[in-house]
Design a binder for this molecule. Structure first.
Ligand SMILES: *[C@@H]1O[C@H](CO)[C@@H](O)[C@H](O)[C@H]1NC(C)=O
Ligand SMILES: *[C@@H]1O[C@H](CO)[C@@H](O)[C@H](O)[C@H]1NC(C)=O
Ligand SMILES: *[C@@H]1O[C@H](CO)[C@@H](O)[C@H](O)[C@H]1NC(C)=O
Length: 391
């Protein structure tokens, strides 16, 4: 969950070019560690946070509910990429417990994006372990959250069955169809970018057109309304009066989540537009001065004293880039750009931010003792590096 504050800001139309070159100012953008060592580093990072798991609640001490889903996601993706079942029992037990305790994975009955982070973790668990109960949790949660989508008919009628206000049919000249309300509360008007992305995976896995159509509609909504002039994905917009979150509210995970969804959607549809958009946004996002200096190390959410929502955004960005890389074997420049970027983060964590196998939430360093939030944020880098590097 991430609190929305709405401000008025109009967007100029955007033009952003594609440049897949690796900036030579990036710090240490290569890595020569072999696969077995990368797997071992990722496993140690996960094992360092596991003692914080309370199996009765499926929560990790020291981090919030949605962040715990990200730890389970990293565990499942570790096994997926390492072709192992090291964390299978913990992941399946944890997700099963959470789904029993929290209807549709929404702990507070308050945040559709919480539900979607967990449902996506369940999807990753299905992908890693083939356990059909994981897929059905993802599907059930998807169906629940789809009650909060603006359909084409809703946009036309300016009503949404679960909202008690007149909804905007268009904003800035574009249809609001495909937007997803981030909270179920009937008077909450916020629609954000992150409450999307799962449909593409479900479409790919089930070949069910319901998911494909939903994925396309939401991808188009983001394409039309949620990309700034520099190719970076915006946070939120009011579904009532179109006010946007502040133009300065640019977070890595909005771009990361969209990139992940686009990478799957391009494979599901074969449509050139999604591949082109995915490629261009990747090039823009890994070079954005908004969240990093010229050395390329992400500085966003470097909260060393306490947990906050923003600390793990960058992890979701890296996870999304990894999916783009996996699905871009036809574009070696793009894969090199992503592996270089992941290596910048990987080397920073290992050389500047590590205290043994504990990682600071501040990736440029300095190292500090274990915190659950710092460790959670580092996991996706460690896991992605298994994959983006070779051999
Ligand atoms: C991506 O960038 C290329 C080259 O700069 C451009 O031709 C193309 O239209 C862009 N694609 C999208 C979807 O904006
Ligand atoms: C990057 O490449 C250089 C030159 O091959 C090598 O000396 C260095 O160890 C590599 N860096 C890492 C972190 O592997
Ligand atoms: C496709 O998915 C939707 C949403 O989960 C479901 O209602 C429908 O029954 C599915 N269709 C088939 C043929 O499985």
């Amino acid at each position: 969950m991430v609190h929305l504050a709405l401000f008025v800001a109009l967007l100029p139309s955007f033009v952003f070019a594609q440049d897949l070159g690796v900036p030579t100012t990036w710090r240490e953008f290569n890595n020569s560690r072999l696969l077995a060592e990368r797997i071992s580093i990722a496993k140690s990072a996960i094992d360092t946070i596991l003692p914080q798991l309370d199996t009765s609640t499926a929560q990790f001490n020291g981090i919030g509910y949605w962040q715990s889903a990200n730890v389970f996601s990293a565990m499942a993706n570790f096994d997926h990429l390492a072709s192992s079942t090291t964390y299978k029992d913990q992941v399946i037990d944890g997700l099963t417990t959470a789904f029993k305790l929290y209807p549709d994975f929404d702990q507070y009955l308050y945040y559709n994006d919480d539900a979607m982070w967990w449902a996506t973790a369940a999807y990753y668990a299905y992908r890693a372990y083939g356990d059909s109960s994981m897929l059905s949790m993802a599907v059930t949660t998807w169906n629940h959250v789809s009650n909060y989508v603006v359909t084409a008919a809703d946009a036309q009628s300016k009503t949404q069955p679960n909202k008690d206000f007149t909804i905007a049919s268009t904003c800035y000249g574009e249809t609001m169809a495909g937007g997803v309300f981030w909270r179920p509360t009937s008077d909450d008007t916020g629609i954000n970018s992150i409450t999307t992305g799962l449909s593409a995976y479900l479409a790919e896995t089930t070949s069910n057109a319901t998911y494909e159509n939903a994925a396309i509609l939401s991808a188009q909504w983001i394409q039309n309304l949620q990309i700034n002039e520099n190719g970076i994905i915006l946070d939120g917009v009011s579904g009532e009066d179109c006010t946007r979150t502040a133009a300065s509210w640019l977070f890595t995970y909005n771009s990361g989540k969209y990139l992940e969804g686009l990478s799957v959607l391009k494979d599901v549809t074969g449509a050139a537009i999604w591949k082109s958009l995915m490629t261009n946004i990747t090039a823009a996002a890994v070079k954005s001065p908004v969240w990093q200096g010229s050395d390329g190390i992400i500085t966003e959410g470097a909260s060393t004293a306490s947990d906050n929502d923003g600390v793990g955004f960058k992890a979701i960005f890296i996870r999304g880039l990894d999916e783009v890389s996996v699905r871009s074997s036809d574009n070696s420049d793009l894969q090199i750009l992503i592996h270089s970027y992941v290596d910048v983060q990987y080397n920073a964590l290992l050389e500047l931010a590590a205290d043994g196998t504990s990682y600071s939430p501040s990736w440029p360093g300095p190292a500090q003792q274990f915190t659950s939030w710092g460790q959670m944020a580092a996991l996706d880098v460690m896991v992605s590096a298994i994959n983006t590097n070779s051999p």
